[in-house]
Design a protein around this ligand. Sequence first.
Ligand code: UDP
Ligand code: MG
Length: 311
Amino acid sequence: MLISTVVPCYNEEKVIGLTYNELSASLRDITDDYEIIFVDDGSRDGTLAMLKAFADGDLHVKYISFSRNFGKESAMLAGMRYSSGEFTVIMDADLQHPPELISQMLAYGRQGYDQVIAQRDRKGDKKLGTFFARTYYRMVDRLTDVELTDGIGDFRMLSRKALDALLTMNEYNRFSKGLFSWIGFKEKIINYRNRSRAAGSSKWSFRSLIHYGVDGVLSFNNKPLRFCIFIGAFAIILSLLYLIFLFVSIVFRGIDLPGYFTTIFTICLFGGVQLISIGIVGEYVGRIYYEVKRRPHYLVDETNFEKTDMK
Ligand code: UDP
Ligand code: MG
């Protein structure tokens, strides 16, 4: 198999037909040696029925359907595990990732690049959203050990080598932007014009974005923990200085009682610092808890793959 395309789909009945047609057309132009792996992430609309219909009429189409919604990361993982292509393309189901780029990606793949990454510009995005996204990327880039770039998402082509490397990472909390960057290998970035979703609606709410953001920072390092240590050390130094100051002033001027403001201020400030620190530690402990349970990332309900196809 030359090219496998992994497409995670969650409630995409409005757009999936269009995607299937455009993607097939682009792939057919390149080769006949391709497969499209649709991963139905527990959709509650007609997505699965449509995927089955595509598979009935087209041997290139494979589908994997989860028992419930496990999230895009799990859907991508499933698709990558079942992928048998020499090159694997990961793309969204909503045509925001133009299938025409695949031929260009393949050309670079054949030149020996292990990850051909599509980077979008931000034309037509909301100004505020762009601002937040840019700030977030800059922040995460600085906070974590992996490199993240604005405009780079999951749309990319992976060589067999890069894909196998990704599959060796079995962590439960998958932050794929970080994983992709962590594996390294020879990368090539190509640019494309930002597109809006062809139909249907986005699955991201503001809240889920915030959670995603926190995940990104926490999955890839222990700097937040170290940050707590530094704040603690800073607080200790500060209070030692204050203690000396108080001691000296008591020695020379005797005890004067008022100190209400300082007391309340200190209690509130360090109460906050302690709570945040405990929260951060808790986040890591929680992650460990999920990791040690070793639960599967997803459960497959139905698929037209043979059992032996999975890696
Ligand atoms: N998706 C998924 N599971 C989810 C949420 C999203 O498989 O729980 C898929 C979705 O069907 C789409 C891709 O992930 O193919 C990106 O989602 P979306 O277009 O809603 O995100 P956006 O482009 O707005 O960031
Ligand atoms: Mg989208």
